[in-house]
Design a protein around this ligand. Structure first.
Ligand code: NI
Length: 224
């Protein structure tokens, strides 16, 4: 499962980020990585003890909360605090799988879904592709500012070295109500189908039956 969502952050939010970002303290990104990931992680990360960090976190959480595609794909029961990462030329994050459990929030979180929200445009830097490997093969992700990629936390992935420019991203994780990836993918596809059908014909009688099926599957599979 790999989903790309555009316009998660609008122009106004992106401007707020850019205005704040140039004055903020970035430190070594290895502070929040597990042992093995830390060995391959070379980036900078916004210090989390600043007032700006709290304000930007609130901005990200509001944008995610308003993102119907993320809610549908992730079915989050808990969302981690975001990490604000910066990659300058030569920086990269080698192949790794994200830690299963994250303990940087108020309570431990099982990472089921990973997300990267772009603050830089893909034209702002060369190199720096996010490369995600999964059963579908290898996908190279380059997106415009404000777009987000959502993928299974079980996927191997890496960030190729940035060659020039600057790559700013927000990364975060969600624990899903539905732990099993194939069940989550089934619910996402069904939800998208219902939305599409409603757009075409809001009064279609099949909608009620499909919505009942969606809710009954969710009832069977969700843990809250
Ligand atoms: Ni990762």
């Amino acid at each position: 499962m790999l989903i790309i969502v555009d316009d998660v952050l609008n122009e106004h939010a992106l401007r707020e980020f850019r205005a704040a970002y140039d004055h903020l303290p970035f430190g070594d990104g290895r502070a929040t990585a597990g042992d093995r990931a830390a060995a391959v992680k070379r980036n900078l990360q916004l210090a989390n003890d600043t007032p700006q960090h709290a304000a930007l976190t609130a901005l990200v959480h509001a944008a995610i909360g308003a993102c119907a595609a993320f809610m549908s794909a992730a079915l989050p029961v808990q969302i981690s605090p975001p990490l604000f990462n910066r990659y300058l030329p030569g920086m990269a994050f080698g192949q790794h799988v994200d830690n299963a459990i994250r303990i940087d929030g108020d309570q431990p979180l099982r990472a089921d879904v990973s997300a990267t929200l772009m603050l830089s445009d893909d034209t702002d830097y060369q190199g720096g592709d996010l490369v995600i490997e999964d059963t579908f093969g290898e996908r190279r992700i380059r997106l415009k500012a404000g777009s987000m990629v959502i993928y299974a936390s079980s996927s191997l992935h890496r960030v190729d070295p940035v060659v020039s420019g600057q790559r700013d991203v927000v990364v975060f994780w969600a624990q899903s109500m539905v732990r099993d990836l194939s069940q989550r993918a089934t619910l996402y596809r069904l939800d998208q189908t219902i939305r599409s059908l409603r757009q075409r014909d809001a009064d279609a009688p099949e909608i009620d039956a499909l919505m009942a099926t969606y809710n009954n599957l969710l009832r069977m599979w969700a843990e809250v």
